[in-house]
Structures are given as structure tokens and as C-alpha cells.
Design a protein around this ligand. Structure first.
Ligand code: ADP
Length: 365
């Protein structure tokens, strides 16, 4: 396949600066929905055959599987992240986040499936991917006897920058992460928060389009977390796409334009953080009616005795909360009686609830 077939059009990057900067949250999230298919707990295998649009996506995972001896870390993961998103990749420890990031960073190969960054294949076009991506592994940089400036100059040199250009890039990225005043300080004397920001500066020296950040908030105090968030927000205004992993949902709240939830190597949810939270709370019944009559169903169920609340989600899925002890049969009765075609009636998937419980239990409290 030639580059021209896979490389995104430059004009796309200029088409919608607001979206690229992450300002147009609603439409960005819609794009995530559109790209991964419906925001539902559809088994990944069921979506594997769907054609995922590549050109507009900064990151595409298509049927990605990863086997290690004795364990499968990822089972047919499908995900598409549009350009300009801050995408939160959330999952408990051991769910496969680092494995996914390492595949995207070209450090390990998928056993099956395809991973792409900016339209380039992470296996066959690894060098193209490396030019466009910066990977910050879990853990802050440590090289106690180098100064901040020396540390960054080392990496800038590795990317082929020399002389005045190198000096100016190092100075720019230090300003960006607010470490300009620390340029001559030894790494060993920096706080953890400063070292994490330095880690970010390191992945920025070659001006990548996509940043892959593995748990950058780990171990940071609340203030340092806020500082990192501010830097990340600033980066989206520079049209970067940020793929950031965390085992703590709350850490990515207010920062991300969209999220994916990973559980035991499977993406169990992708969409807005608001949708994720709504789904995680309460028990609830999922209801769908035919003919695009979701709003009619909403009217019929709202206020019905035994129904506590009704919400319509994107795509016309109704979420109904019943009063204690009431049976879902009353929903079916009401809708069918009124001539609606009931196509789905089931308890809300438990997978996501479990994911959230394991994410939040003991972590956020
Ligand atoms: P996370 O980043 O979400 O904590 P990982 O991607 O590190 O998850 O791990 C996913 C699963 O793959 C875990 O069961 C882990 O033990 C296993 N795993 C990760 N790396 C290796 C490896 N190099 N060899 C064998 N198993 C591994």
C-alpha cells in the first residue's frame, strides 16, 4: 500500500481547529461513536469486520490481539480515536493498557489485527509511526546526575536536532511544561511532579502529532496532577492527539473529551465520560423500540407507576430505572399496548459496572 493511500490529507488537520483543539467536545465524542460503531457493549468480535475509517483517526486499533506465553493480554480490541482528542484509556491494573500503548509505540507487535497511528501501520510502517508519536512510559524519568537541559538535549540529539535548532526546541518545550526556570537543576533534585512534566517535555522534542502517555498521574499529589492537566490542555491547543491511560476514572474526569474502558483485555465501552458514568450508576433496564420511536417510548414510560426514571441515550437506547421490586414486564406491557415494536429489553450490561467498581473501589475514596 502506498503512503498516499494511508496518510491523512493535510487539509483535514486544518479543517476544524476547534475540534482538533478539543473544544468541540460534543461533536468529537460523536465522531468517536460514529467511528467505533454504536456506543454499546457490543462484543468486540462482533465489530471486528466493520470497516473503521482510518484517515481521520489519529489512532486505530482493529481486531488487535496480543498473546503472551500463558496469557492473552488483548482480545480483538477495536478503537478509533479522532485527531485532536484527549482520549482516556481506563482500566484496572492488568487489563492491557500498557500492552496497547506499547503496540502503538511500535515496541511490541500485535499477535493479530492491525494498529495504526496517523494512518501508518505500527508494524510495517514503524519508522513513520515513530516520527509522529511520542511515548511516555509508566514512571517518571530518572537520571539523577543530568541537568534538565542536558537530559532534553540528549533526546533532541537522538532525534537528529543540532546546534541552534536544538537549543531553541529544548527551550520551547521547557517553557511549555513550565520548567524553564529549572533548566540547570539536576534531575535528582526535582519533585516527582516536575519529573513527570519533564517526561512530557522529552516526548515533545520531535513535535509528534500523537502523544501516548502511560499513567502520567501515578503517584502525583493533587497539585501536581492539576499542573499536568494544564500542560495537557495546552498541548491540545497545539493540535496534538493525546491518548492517556489511567486505572483511576476520576483522574481523567474533566480532562478527556472521550474515554475507552478496558476490562480484561476487552474494550467494554467507548464514548463520552458522561455516558460512561451514567451507565456505571444504578442497575437499570436497556430498552429499544423500532421505527425511531424512542421519544414516543420516553413519553409513555415517563411518570408510569413503578418507573423511577427514563433517559434516552445517543442512538435511541432508553435506560429505565424501576422502583424496587418492580418487574421489567411493565415496560413491555406499556410499550406494546401502545403499538410500539419492542426490539430490546434487558438488564444493563454488568461488565461496565464491574469495570467501574474495580476502577473506583479503594482507588478514589
Ligand atoms: P495494564 O497496563 O492495564 O496494567 P498490562 O498491559 O501491563 O496491563 O498487562 C496485561 C496482561 O498481560 C497482564 O495479565 C500482564 O501480567 C500480562 N503481561 C504484560 N506484559 C507481559 C509480558 N511481557 N509477558 C507476559 N505477560 C505479560
Amino acid at each position: 500500500m502506498s503512503d498516499s493511500e494511508t496518510r491523512p490529507e493535510p487539509s483535514e488537520a486544518e479543517a476544524s481547529p476547534e475540534k482538533l483543539a478539543g473544544h468541540d467536545k460534543a461533536s468529537s465524542a460523536d465522531t468517536v461513536r460514529a467511528e467505533i460503531g454504536e456506543v454499546e457493549l457490543i462484543p468486540a468480535e462482533a465489530r471486528a469486520d466493520k470497516e473503521l475509517p482510518r484517515r481521520e483517526s489519529a489512532i486505530v486499533l482493529s481486531g488487535v490481539r496480543k498473546d503472551y506465553p500463558g496469557t492473552t493480554a488483548l482480545h480483538s480490541v477495536n478503537l478509533a480515536v479522532p485527531r485532536g482528542e484527549i482520549f482516556g484509556f481506563i482500566g484496572p491494573n492488568g487489563s492491557g493498557k500498557t500492552t496497547t500503548l506499547r503496540i502503538l509505540a511500535t515496541l511490541t507487535r500485535p499477535t493479530a489485527g492491525r494498529a495504526e497511528v496517523c494512518g501508518f501501520d505500527c508494524v510495517r510502517e514503524a519508522s513513520e509511526v515513530r516520527q509522529r508519536m511520542g511515548y511516555l512510559p509508566d514512571g517518571a524519568p530518572s537520571a539523577a546526575d543530568l541537568t534538565v537541559r542536558e537530559f532534553l538535549e540528549f533526546f533532541a540529539s537522538a532525534y537528529g536536532l543540532t546546534g541552534a535548532r536544538r537549543t531553541s526546541v529544548v527551550s520551547d518545550v521547557l517553557e511549555l511544561v513550565d520548567l524553564g526556570k529549572k533548566r540547570d537543576v539536576l534531575l535528582g533534585a526535582l519533585s516527582l511532579g516536575m519529573r513527570q512534566r519533564l517526561g512530557l517535555a522529552r516526548v515533545l522534542v520531535h513535535d509528534p502529532e500523537v502523544l501516548l502517555l502511560d499513567e502520567p498521574g501515578t503517584g502525583l499529589d493533587p497539585r501536581a496532577r492539576v499542573e499536568i492537566r494544564e500542560v495537557l490542555r495546552e498541548l491540545t491547543s497545539l493540535h496534538k492527539t493525546i491518548f492517556i491511560s489511567s486505572h483511576i476514572l476520576g483522574e481523567l474526569d474533566e480532562l478527556c473529551t472521550s474515554v475507552g474502558i478496558l476490562e480484561r483485555g476487552r474494550v467494554v465501552f467507548a464514548g463520552t465520560i458522561e455516558d460512561a458514568k451514567r451507565r456505571a450508576h444504578g442497575s437499570g433496564i436497556e430498552v429499544r423500540v423500532g421505527g425511531g420511536h424512542a421519544e414516543v417510548a420516553l413519553g409513555l414510560l415517563t411518570g408510569l407507576e413503578g418507573v423511577e426514571s427514563v433517559d434516552v441515550e445517543a442512538g435511541g437506547l432508553l435506560i429505565v430505572d424501576l422502583a424496587a421490586g418492580r418487574s421489567p414486564g411493565l415496560i413491555a406491557e406499556r410499550l406494546v399496548e401502545n403499538g410500539l415494536d419492542l426490539t430490546l429489553l434487558r438488564p444493563r450490561e454488568v461488565a461496565l459496572e464491574e469495570a467501574f467498581l474495580s476502577l473506583t473501589d479503594g482507588e478514589m475514596g
